[in-house]
Ligand binder design. Structure first.
Ligand SMILES: [Zn+2]
Length: 149
């Protein structure tokens, strides 16, 4: 369904990013606690930092989905890829994050701008009266100039 803005895709991606960051923070905190075992603790923390990066990239993707129509697809791809990667280092965003990210990312990739903005982008100027008219107009709605003559 065409919408002005991919609101659902944005909201799902945003929540996905937050859950992935929570998942990553669990590893980072666990790593800090486990730092009594030097190398193991550090390894767990680095693993969590990796998860934190995926979470931030998902949030960047969510931001792109909400920023402008031509960035929605790229944002969706970011959200999709890094939600899946959250299996590593972010406990898949406690599963919820990964699922919401996959759905949100897929929605963003499938999203199409609604018709009005499609027409807005392609508006042109009537060569006769200089006003902005729809790109597919056969006759200027203002001055009546027929473009098919
Ligand atoms: Zn005109």
């Amino acid at each position: 369904m065409a919408e002005d803005k991919p609101t659902a895709a944005f909201a799902l991606s945003l929540v996905a990013g937050i859950f992935i960051i929570i998942g990553a923070l669990i590893y980072i905190v666990a790593g800090a606690i486990l730092s009594i075992v030097p190398i193991f603790g550090a390894a767990v923390m680095i693993y969590g930092i990796l998860g934190l990066i995926w979470g931030i990239l998902v949030l960047i993707g969510a931001y792109m989905i909400n920023s402008s129509p031509d960035k929605v697809k790229t944002g969706g791809i970011l959200v999709l890829i890094f939600s899946i990667l959250s299996i590593f280092g972010a406990a898949a965003g406690l599963i919820i994050g990964m699922i919401l990210g996959i759905v949100g990312g897929a929605l963003a990739i499938a999203w199409k701008p609604s018709k009005p903005s499609f027409y807005e982008k392609r508006d042109r100027i009537c060569p006769s009266c200089g006003r902005t008219i729809p790109f597919d107009a056969k006759i200027c709605p203002y001055c009546g100039k027929n473009f098919e003559e």
